[in-house]
Design a protein around this ligand. Structure first.
Ligand code: ADP
Length: 549
């Protein structure tokens, strides 16, 4: 069973044909069969809520880390993966309902890139409420309809309480400020990366143009944004120039070195002179190749190649000759990187040296060797490529965990900036918008004369679970704190009052600059509601035959 989305973004469940074959057998089957469909639904809701509850304590700035163990026994602290989608993914969720929730979190991640824990916490709260309603004998479809109605009201209310967030291209300070929750420099990098590739006319950002790369070593501070491609290599010879302008480069997938006698043939040299002669010939031959590459030119005025990028290595002699003939070269460049370079610089990959012609050269404004931060590692940076606006965020960190965490938080920050470019409306975080919606929904519920009223009220209660969890995770009394913020919101009419997780002395989230994008928050509510609706509709889970032994 898996979750998929149709062209309107509505989720639906796919059950693979093969999976429908076996049912639970033995004791499990008897138990399962004794339970009526209704009871099974309650069970699904309970199981779902249980999975969600695991994430509840991770929500918010003071959320707890989880210790995760991978199948091969490796331990990671979820500090490095403190995002719902990742935690759920690594957790071995046994049952199908749990798997649906994992996918829920992933789809929030794909669409919005943020709020992945929040969406699961809300789904869990809704499932818990649904379970209670089912127990009271309310039909699952009525529950689902009530939730849908409530969700529509909440989504609309979010838009009405949203503020617009203003930024301009020359003044991105405001953007940096909001995404730098963790780290000022990371915020700056995220904003710069998005600004470099954003399409302001279409109000969109193609995230494929931002390549996240990283290497263990150095410190977080050494993380940089490169407007081009970074390859983890250095110039083949230490005396080759390390800073090249107006580069014309050839990309070779063939060896670039003096001809070697084939091993199949035996070469017998009878005198030192003969050996020296052969060496001289080899040298001449290769020097000739180098000259050939350098002399390639489409028009008499522009020069030939002044950089060789090669998939193969050069032996010491070839390397020396390259250096002597002033043709810098980079060796052992991987296939994927070669392709990336070829695309960005407009070069054609050359598989045989004889095929190298002027029109196959690529160009780049600036190629230079860089030392990243405080480490001795050197990398090649290729910038000013004609064919690509792509940028690379190059992360550094003392160990893999720090590095992964940095990548993850940069990814989140990049997503927030992207979302703000798509739509610059925001709502306030720290549970403020959930409390505002909860108030609105329960007000609306009072006007409903049918059974859906109960489901709507339950939805309003479920919304309060987010601020409750935030308060609890920050060491505050959850119920008291939420009740008092709620009362403050009602009496002042300010929908931006939330939970003061960091004990900053005010629950004004506007002042604390804690906000989330409107589309992100709306998406959270809608996805959670839709998944709960689907779970309520399932009255039987048919396990794949393979697992029934
Ligand atoms: P997610 O994966 O859902 O983004 P997080 O652990 O990042 O989960 O928690 C996000 C929640 O924490 C949101 O509800 C957000 O409003 C809230 N939050 C973040 N920072 C603060 C803060 N400084 N004060 C209060 N609430 C905060």
């Amino acid at each position: 069973m898996s979750l998929a989305f149709d062209e309107y973004g509505r989720p639906f469940i796919i059950i693979k044909e093969g999976e429908a074959k076996g049912r639970l057998k033995g004791l499990e089957a008897q138990k399962a069969n004794i339970l009526a469909a209704k009871a099974r639904r309650t069970l699904h809701a309970r199981r779902g809520a249980a999975v969600c509850n695991i994430l509840k304590t991770s929500l918010g700035p003071k959320g707890m880390d989880k210790m995760l163990q991978s199948p091969d026994g490796d331990m990671t602290s979820s500090g490095a993966v403190r995002v719902g989608a990742t935690i759920l993914e690594q957790m071995k969720v046994e049952h199908q309902i749990g798997k649906l929730l994992v996918e829920l979190s992933k789809s929030q991640d794909d669409e919005i890139g943020d709020g992945t824990t929040g969406v699961v916490v809300l789904a869990g709260a809704l499932l818990e409420k649904a379970e209670a309603l089912l127990d009271r004998g309310i039909h699952p479809m009525r529950v689902a309809e009530g939730f849908d109605r409530a969700c529509a009201i909440a989504v609309e209310h979010l838009a009405s309480i949203s503020d617009t967030f203003s930024y301009s291209l020359d003044n991105t300070e405001a953007l940096v400020e909001i995404v730098n929750r963790a780290h000022r420099k990371m915020g700056q990098i995220a904003v710069d990366a998005v600004m470099a590739v954003a399409d302001f006319e279409r109000k969109d950002v193609n995230l494929d143009l931002i390549k996240m790369d990283g290497k263990v070593g150095g410190s977080l501070e050494d993380t940089t944004l490169v407007r081009g491609i970074v390859i983890d290599k250095d110039m083949a010879h230490p005396q080759m120039p390390k800073d090249l302008k107006d580069v014309k480069l050839c990309v070779l997938t063939c060896p670039f070195e003096p001809p070697k006698p084939k091993t199949k043939h035996k070469l017998e040299l009878e005198s030192v002179a003969a050996f020296e002669e052969m060496q001289a010939k080899e040298k001449d031959y290769f020097t000739q190749m180098i000259r050939q590459a350098r002399a390639l030119s489409a028009t008499p005025r522009d020069a030939g190649a002044n950089l060789v990028i090669c998939q193969w290595g050069f032996d010491d002699e070839a390397n020396h000759l390259l250096m002597q003939n002033e043709l810098p070269a980079i060796r052992w460049v991987g296939g994927v990187e070669l392709e990336l370079i070829a695309i960005a610089t407009d070069a054609r990959i050359v598989p045989r040296f004889a095929e190298l012609t002027a029109d196959k050269l690529g160009s780049a404004g600036h190629v230079h060797e860089e030392a990243f931060g405080t480490t001795k590692d050197r990398m090649i940076v290729i910038e000013g490529c004609p064919n690509s606006r792509a940028v690379t965020v190059f992360c550094r960190g003392g160990n893999r965990m720090v590095l992964d965490e940095a990548k993850r938080s940069l990814h989140d920050a990049i997503c927030v900036v992207r979302n703000l470019i798509r739509d610059n409306r925001i709502v306030y975080g720290g549970g403020a918008s959930e409390i505002a919606c909860s108030l609105k929904v329960s007000e609306a519920a009072d006007q409903v004369g049918t059974i859906e009223q109960y489901a709507m009220r339950a939805f309003a209660d479920a919304l309060e679970q987010t601020p409750c969890a935030l308060a609890e995770n920050s060491g505050l009394q959850p119920i008291e704190t939420v009740a008092s913020v709620k009362a403050d919101q009602v009496s002042s009419g300010r929908s931006y009052l939330g939970i003061d997780c960091n004990q900053a002395g005010t629950n004004d989230m506007k002042e604390q600059k804690v906000f989330e994008t409107l589309i992100g928050k709306q998406q959270q509510l809608m996805l959670a509601t839709q998944v709960v609706r689907m779970i309520l509709k399932i009255d039987d889970v048919i396990e794949p035959a393979a697992f029934n032994g």
